[in-house]
Design a protein around this ligand. Structure first.
Ligand SMILES: Cc1cc2nc3c(=O)[nH]c(=O)nc-3n(C[C@H](O)[C@H](O)[C@H](O)COP(=O)(O)OP(=O)(O)OC[C@H]3O[C@@H](n4cnc5c(N)ncnc54)[C@H](O)[C@@H]3O)c2cc1C
Ligand code: FES
Length: 288
């Protein structure tokens, strides 16, 4: 993976042009950014932005979000309300001002044309994998999305080419279909064991999904990159609040900053025995 320099990130102001639900739990936020730097800043799939409110409403720390769509000074995010910051985002109205710092972090790879990509997104993990398919998708690349149930699938963002799985098959629209079970089991079903093609898996979602994607890829001898949604403070390497345990070439572990070395990592580089275990990290909720 080529490292992308954080110096390419710019701080932009913008305003809200849309903020509404696209599923029972997912909200799409569309922004228009101002200034020439914002127009030139190009987000590669897997990179993220630190989002904040503007003026007196701003939080001490912005919140990290992957990019669903970007270009020509426009930016779209997809989020779920989980706490104070996302609750404040939900209340934004058209015309409200916001700030964006980005692009930040390392993007997903783009492999050679003869290596098909398997994209796996779960819930709010959809933006980077959908952005990859929109920007780089070729025939043979396959998109998979997993949700709790049909009501939580953002159907308008997923055309018929996406393979969709749900934990419970209630509320699937009559003109669409979804398979009931884990999204990684659906991948295994769609790409049988005897298919020996080299592939690259790109995955984003909850940790169990990432681990299952990594295990499936390993069992099929596919390469796999995962995008980690760590807690973040600064977003550019200063606070060390986002560290994740990774393994070096000698299989000894060290802490890597998710915001700079990630959020995209090769699955084999993650120390899965330590990842996801609560660590002694700064609590950004105290003073935000
Ligand atoms: C690179 C990256 C990309 C992300 N992309 C998206 C995205 O596209 N859409 C989206 O909805 N969310 C995304 N997240 C997660 C998002 O940043 C958090 O949901 C958000 O910061 C929560 O802010 P809050 O103030 O509402 O919650 P808080 O009040 O800070 O926390 C509320 C609850 O959410 C948990 N939480 C907070 N931050 C995170 C986090 N980073 N990961 C997991 N749990 C967290 C807390 O432990 C707590 O239980 C991304 C995170 C990273 C690092
Ligand atoms: S969020 Fe501050 S170092 Fe990564």
């Amino acid at each position: 993976m080529t490292n992308v320099s954080p110096s390419a990130a710019v701080q932009s102001c913008g305003h809200v042009v849309r903020n509404n639900r696209v599923s029972s739990g997912l909200i799409r936020l569309d922004l228009e950014l101002q200034g020439p730097a914002a127009l030139e800043a190009e987000f590669l799939p897997g990179q993220f932005a630190m989002f904040n409110l503007a003026g007196e409403r701003a939080f001490v720390f912005g919140r990290p979000f992957s990019i669903l769509e970007s270009g020509s000074g426009k930016l779209a995010l997809l989020y779920r309300v989980v706490g104070r910051g996302t609750k404040a985002m939900e209340q934004l109205r058209c015309g409200d001002e916001v700030t964006i710092l980005g692009p930040l972090g390392q993007p997903f790879s783009k492999p050679a044309d003869n290596i098909p990509v398997v994209l796996i997104g779960g819930g709010v993990g959809l933006p980077p994998v959908r952005a990859w398919l929109d920007k780089f998708g070729r025939s043979g690349d396959l998109g998979f999305f997993g949700a709790r149930d049909g009501a939580d699938v953002p159907w308008e963002l997923l055309d018929e080419s996406w393979h969709i799985s749900v934990d419970q098959d209630k509320e699937v629209p009559s003109d669409r279909s979804a398979w009931q079970g884990l999204v990684t089991d659906l991948v295994a079903r769609e790409i049988p064991d005897d298919d020996s093609r080299e592939r690259l898996v790109l995955a984003c979602g909850p940790i169990p999904l990432l681990k299952a994607a990594a295990d499936l890829a390993s069992s099929r001898k596919w390469k796999c990159q995962v995008s980690l949604e760590e807690h973040m403070g600064c977003g550019y390497g200063a606070c060390k609040g986002c560290v994740v345990p990774v393994l070096d070439a000698q299989s000894t572990w060290r802490n890597a900053t998710c915001c700079q070395e990630g959020p995209v990592f090769f699955a084999e580089a993650i120390d899965w025995t330590r990842y996801g275990v609560p660590a002694n990290k700064p609590d950004f909720n105290i003073a935000d």
